[in-house]
Design a protein around this ligand. Structure first.
Ligand code: ATP
Ligand code: MG
Length: 372
C-alpha cells in the first residue's frame, strides 16, 4: 500500500509556533525523508468558513499568508502538493454522503467540537435576546469532523500528522471508514494519526501560560514575527508567579518558558549559547534550587527560537516578492488534488451503486425487463 500524508491548516491567520511543533515542522521532515509516496497539504478555507461565515474577507486574505508560511518553513511544491480545499469540489460531495453514516449524538460527544463550541461562544445567549435564544452553533461547524473525514479519505491518506486536539477527528474518520467499508464494501483507506513525539509539542501553551497557543486566544508567537517582536513576547512570557527574586527556588512545571525549552532546545544550543550548563536538566535543576533569574532563561530561549525563526523569516521575504508565483503553486496543486479526489469519488459512487449513468448493467437490465 502507498504511504500518503494529508494535513492542513485553517486560513484564519498567520501560522504560529504551535502549528510548527504540532504538525508543520513534522511535515517538512517527512517530506524530506523521502519515505512517502505523496504529501498533500491543504489550506482549509471551507472549514474556516464554518465559523467565519460573516467574515469571508478574513479567510480570503489569509490563504496567501498560510501559503507563505508553508513555503518559508521548507514545504517544497516539487515534493508536496499544496492546495485550496474549496477548489476541490469533490470533497464536499463526499462529506454529504458520509453524513448519512454519522449520528448527531456521535458528533455531540466529540470533545474537541464541544470545547470549540464553548470557546467560540456558540452556546451562550445571543445579544439583545430576551429569553432562551442562543447564538447557536452553525450546522457546518458542527459537522466539520465529517468534512475532515472526506479530506483525509479523498486522498487515501495513511498518515495524518497533527496536534493532540485533532485526535477525536481522526477517530471519527476511522469510524466512517469502517462503516463505509462494511456497508458498501472495501473502498476507503483507514488513516493513522501521527502525534508529535515530544510531549511539550502535543499542545504548545500560549505565551500567557494558557493551555493552547491559538490564534483565537491572541497568545501566539508567529513564524513571521520580527526578531524584535519575538524578543518582546518572550520577555513578557508567563513563568512561575512565585519566583519573585533570583535567589528564590522556582517551579519548572507549568512554567511556559521551560515548556518552550522542552519543545525547542537541543543539547548543542547549550554549548553555543549557555555553556555553563550541560543540558536542559542542569538548567532546570538550578532554577528549582534558586539563584537563577527568569531573564537569563528567557535570553537563552530567544537565542534558541531565533535559530529556528531567522531562516524562516528570510525565506518568507523572498516569497513575499513572488506572490503571483505562489498563487500559481496553489492553482497547480489544487488541479492535481482535484484529479486525485475525483478518482476516490468515482470509487465511492461505484461502491454506493449511485453511478447510474456509468452502469451498463443497470441500464441494460432495466431495458431488457421492459422489452419483455
Ligand atoms: P483556530 O484558532 O482558527 O482554530 P488554530 O490556531 O487552532 O486556529 P488550526 O488551523 O485549528 O489552528 O490547527 C492546525 C494544526 O496545527 C492542527 O494539526 C493542530 O493540531 C495544530 N496546532 C494548532 N495549535 C497547536 C498548538 N498550540 N500545539 C500543538 N499543535 C497545534
Ligand atoms: Mg483549531
Amino acid at each position: 500500500m502507498k504511504k500518503i500524508i494529508l494535513t492542513g491548516d485553517r486560513p484564519t491567520g498567520k501560522l504560529h509556533l504551535g502549528h510548527f511543533v504540532g504538525s508543520l515542522g513534522r511535515r517538512v521532515e517527512l517530506q524530506n525523508s523521502g519515505e512517502y509516496d505523496k504529501i498533500f497539504i491543504m489550506i482549509a478555507d471551507a472549514q474556516a468558513l464554518t465559523d467565519n461565515a460573516d467574515n469571508p474577507d478574513k479567510v480570503r486574505e489569509n490563504i496567501i499568508e498560510v501559503a507563505l508560511d508553508y513555503l518559508s518553513c521548507g514545504i517544497d511544491p516539487e515534493k508536496s502538493t499544496i492546495f485550496i480545499q474549496s477548489y476541490v469540489a469533490e470533497l464536499t460531495e463526499l462529506a454529504f454522503y458520509y453524513m448519512n453514516l454519522v449520528t448527531v449524538q456521535r458528533l455531540q460527544r466529540n470533545p474537541t467540537v464541544k470545547a470549540e463550541i464553548q470557546l467560540r461562544g456558540f452556546a451562550e445567549h445571543g445579544e439583545g435576546d430576551d429569553n432562551q435564544q442562543r447564538k447557536g452553533t452553525p450546522v457546518g461547524f458542527f459537522t466539520y469532523p465529517i468534512s475532515q473525514a472526506s479530506d483525509i479519505t479523498a486522498f487515501r491518506a495513511t498518515v495524518v500528522p497533527v496536534g493532540e486536539d485533532q485526535e477525536p477527528m481522526i477517530e471519527q474518520t476511522r469510524e466512517i471508514v469502517h462503516k463505509f467499508n462494511s456497508v458498501y464494501g472495501d473502498t476507503l483507506v483507514e488513516p493513522q494519526i501521527m502525534l508529535p513525539s515530544n510531549a511539550a509539542c502535543l499542545r504548545l501553551p500560549g505565551t500567557d501560560g494558557k493551555a493552547k497557543m491559538s490564534k483565537s486566544l491572541g497568545n501566539c508567537i508567529y513564524l513571521s514575527d520580527s526578531a524584535d517582536d519575538v524578543k518582546k513576547k518572550v520577555m513578557s512570557m508567563y513563568t512561575d508567579p512565585d519566583h519573585l527574586r533570583v535567589e528564590d527556588p522556582g517551579k519548572v512545571e507549568g512554567n511556559t518558558v521551560f515548556t518552550y525549552l522542552d519543545a525547542f532546545s537541543r543539547p548543542e544550543h547549550f554549548e553555543k549559547y549557555l555553556p555553563d550548563y550541560e543540558n536542559l536538566d542542569a538548567l532546570k535543576a538550578h532554577y528549582r534550587r534558586g539563584g537563577l533569574g527568569d531573564v537569563k532563561v528567557k535570553r537563552f530561549l530567544i537565542a534558541v527560537l531565533e535559530e529556528l525563526l531567522q531562516p524562516i523569516r528570510e525565506r518568507r521575504k523572498h516569497y513575499e516578492q513572488h506572490i503571483e508565483e505562489v498563487y500559481e503553486i496553489l492553482r497547480r496543486g489544487s488541479d492535481e488534488a482535484r484529479a486525485t479526489a475525483a478518482e476516490t469519488l468515482a470509487d465511492v459512487r461505484r461502491a454506493m451503486r449511485i453511478n447510474y449513468l456509468e452502469d451498463r448493467e443497470l441500464i441494460e437490465r432495466q431495458a431488457a425487463e421492459y422489452r419483455k
